[in-house]
Design a protein around this ligand. Structure first.
Ligand SMILES: [Zn+2]
Length: 323
């Protein structure tokens, strides 16, 4: 994939908190992008399983339904704003570093800015076409731990969207984790898929879809339907990215290749519930614990979005057969 070298980047959509401490670092379990937090620091399978148990305990407190994170303190933090919200520690550095598509092609963190911009360009245009206004969601870059409106977040959770403060949170070391811990093939477009999935949860929050879902699990649960829809929305963005103009009138992403799409599908397959349970969890797949869908389903719904380019074709809630 390539960014259009002359197109502008908007670092105003990013809150760079990598230089600040996110707080106590106690960490909070919750379903990450792939349904379980990732064991960091070489803890191996044992650590992963331990964190999964904590995650399951906290799942009862998950509010809003289907976000990729649990809430702290039994879900009582709906109105608790992140202490660090808007605390742009290093905003000027990022703004001067990431100005154009050429910067996004050249630098890892600018590339993430580019993806966030492109994803929000698409949804802003899409909302506008239906007479609605799209409220942007900030993506927070952090290191290791972060205070959020949903409680304390930590990098072990993977990227997540917090519906209480409408922000996406990511420790950029996750891109490395995808390769080393989940065994993905990598590829930069995998990053676009992951970010577009998280923004899919923002769309669901805006449309009220998330409110229809509790904290259930299982192969046809609301949680799974919500996650598969977010994958489908990611595919919709991927389809439209190369034809969506940004605020400066320029199309930010000029080229997406078949290899890019296959990198996205590879990543989707490595964060399916069955794959994670088998390879990173107990060693066997337990459908009653599914919260994000199987590998095959995640690929299927990304493809569904990518082949149609139409968010209306992402009705995982109406689908009798999820794949
Ligand atoms: Zn998700």
């Amino acid at each position: 994939m390539k960014f259009n070298e002359g197109a502008s980047l908007n670092t105003g959509q990013i809150s760079d908190q990598r230089g600040s401490s996110g707080g106590g670092g106690g960490g909070l379990g919750g379903g990450g992008l792939g349904g379980i937090p990732i064991g960091k620091a070489g803890g191996g399978i044992g650590l992963v399983v331990a964190i999964v148990l904590i995650a399951i305990q906290l799942f009862g407190g998950k509010f809003g339904g289907g976000s990729d994170t649990g809430s702290a303190s039994g879900g009582s933090s709906l109105l608790q704003q992140a202490a660090a919200t808007g605390d742009n520690v290093d905003a000027s550095a990022l703004a001067s570093e990431c100005r154009t598509g050429a910067d996004a092609n050249a630098k890892d963190d600018c590339r993430v800015v580019g993806f966030v911009n492109s994803i929000q360009d698409y949804w802003a245009n899409q909302f506008k076409s239906t007479g609605k206004t799209y409220p942007e969601a900030t993506t927070v870059f952090y290191s290791q731990a972060v205070s959020t409106g949903c409680g304390q977040g930590s990098s072990g959770m993977g990227p997540f969207y917090c519906p209480a403060d409408n922000q996406v949170y990511i420790d950029l070391s996750f891109w490395q984790d995808l390769k080393t811990q989940f065994g993905t093939n990598g590829g930069v477009f995998a990053e676009g898929y992951v970010l577009a999935h998280e923004y899919g949860h923002h769309i669901q929050a805006l449309l009220g879809t998330s409110d229809r879902v509790g904290s259930d699990s299982g192969p046809t649960s609301g949680s799974v339907r919500l996650e598969l829809q977010a994958d489908c929305y990611a595919g919709v963005w991927a389809k439209n990215a190369t034809s969506t103009p940004g605020a400066d009138g320029q199309i930010l992403i000029s080229d997406i290749t078949d290899q890019d799409i296959s990198d996205a599908l590879d990543t989707a397959s490595k964060i399916g519930d069955d794959y994670i349970q088998t390879h990173l969890g107990s060693g066997r797949s337990d459908p009653s614990q599914y919260t994000h869908g199987t590998s095959a389903q995640r690929e299927k719904w990304f493809r569904q979005g990518f082949s149609t380019g139409d968010p209306a074709q992402c009705d995982t809630f109406g689908a009798k057969d999820l794949g």
